[in-house]
Write a protein that binds this ligand. Structure first.
Ligand SMILES: COc1cc(/C=C/C(=O)SCCNC(=O)CCNC(=O)[C@H](O)C(C)(C)COP(=O)(O)OP(=O)(O)OC[C@H]2O[C@@H](n3cnc4c(N)ncnc43)[C@H](O)[C@@H]2OP(=O)(O)O)ccc1O
Length: 264
């Protein structure tokens, strides 16, 4: 991997034969990767400036935990106006993650709490190791989610689960978290990053247009009335199949030069 240190609290590396995978590390381990303003701005900056050669990204955390959520020290200094500004800043950063140029895979371990869970929920795939736990301690801190969590987290696990977590402080361990829908993959402790990189390698081999359609069109289609959804889908299908890259890929399969679908 090639290391390009981006800022003190975020590190950016490139992996893969063509450096096609961006590996983004939250790097504030002494504060459990708590999200201070600097880290949030750097995260946004990294996603806004990914080189066009990048086809997939992985986000992970240094040290014992993925992310301890919002930096509670900085929160103490804000009034309501600054709080509104901060929440909008965090929204903007997570919009860059969810609606950026490439699919993003979160490699989770340890605490994935508060804003850390908001970050994970903005990613497209989540891989967790056995040490992972999920919580929304906002209720007990007297605050509220501020990064789009009330929109994204219910889409993963449902409104009832999120309500229960915020009201009671319930913590989900790795197994219950996977069953609930926080993560799609559960791996042994210490292996989340390796699994996320393996998945990113596969994701990066897809046609970029298909990945883009999936990331951007699918969530919208899912929320449209069926007749509109079918129409949007047909448009995406028509554009994708007429692209030269699709023709080449299908031709390669028909000529016996592309891999078959196999059970993994
Ligand atoms: C309102 O508008 C918002 C809100 C938001 C998002 C809100 C949230 O994210 S609320 C959730 C905030 N997070 C927490 O309540 C978690 C607090 N941390 C812990 O419970 C634990 O630290 C742990 C994550 C489980 C890890 O435990 P452990 O490994 O034992 O480490 P510690 O010894 O506890 O901590 C080491 C060191 O880190 C500091 N620290 C930990 N978490 C935070 C934090 N969230 N903020 C600041 N500092 C933290 C801890 O104090 C220790 O520091 P020392 O100096 O004592 O070493 C979004 C946007 C909006 O606008």
């Amino acid at each position: 991997m090639t290391l390009t240190s981006h800022s003190k609290d975020i590190e950016l590396e490139f992996s893969g034969a063509q450096h096609e995978i961006a590996v983004i590390r939250l790097s504030r381990p002494a504060k459990r990767n708590a999200l201070n303003d600097k880290l949030i701005l750097s995260l946004r900056n990294v996603f806004e400036n990914l080189p066009s050669s990048v086809r997939a990204a992985v986000v992970h955390g240094e040290g014992k935990h993925f992310c301890a959520g919002l930096d509670l020290g900085e929160l103490q200094e804000r009034d309501a106006g600054q709080g509104m500004h901060h929440s909008r800043m965090w929204h903007a950063a997570l919009e860059c993650v969810q609606h950026g140029p490439v699919p993003v895979i979160a490699a989770l371990h340890g605490a994935v709490v508060g804003g850390g869970l908001e970050l994970a929920s903005a990613c497209h795939i989540r891989v967790a190791d056995e040490s992972t736990f999920y919580a929304l301690p906002e209720g007990s801190r007297g605050i509220f989610v501020g990064g789009g969590g009330s929109v994204r987290i219910p889409k993963l696990v449902g409104v009832a689960r999120m309500t229960d977590m915020m009201l009671t402080g319930r913590v989900y361990d790795a197994q219950d978290g996977e069953r609930a829908g926080f993560a799609q993959y559960l791996v042994p402790e210490g292996q989340a990053l390796a699994k996320a990189l393996e998945l990113a390698t596969r994701v990066a081999q897809n046609a970029p247009l298909t990945n883009y359609a999936l990331m951007h069109a699918l969530p919208r289609i899912a929320e449209q009335p069926a007749d509109q959804g079918f129409f949007t889908e047909s448009l995406m299908a028509a554009i994708a199949q007429s692209a030269p890259e699709a023709k080449q890929r299908v031709q390669a399969f028909l000529a016996g030069k592309a891999s078959k679908v196999t059970k993994s």
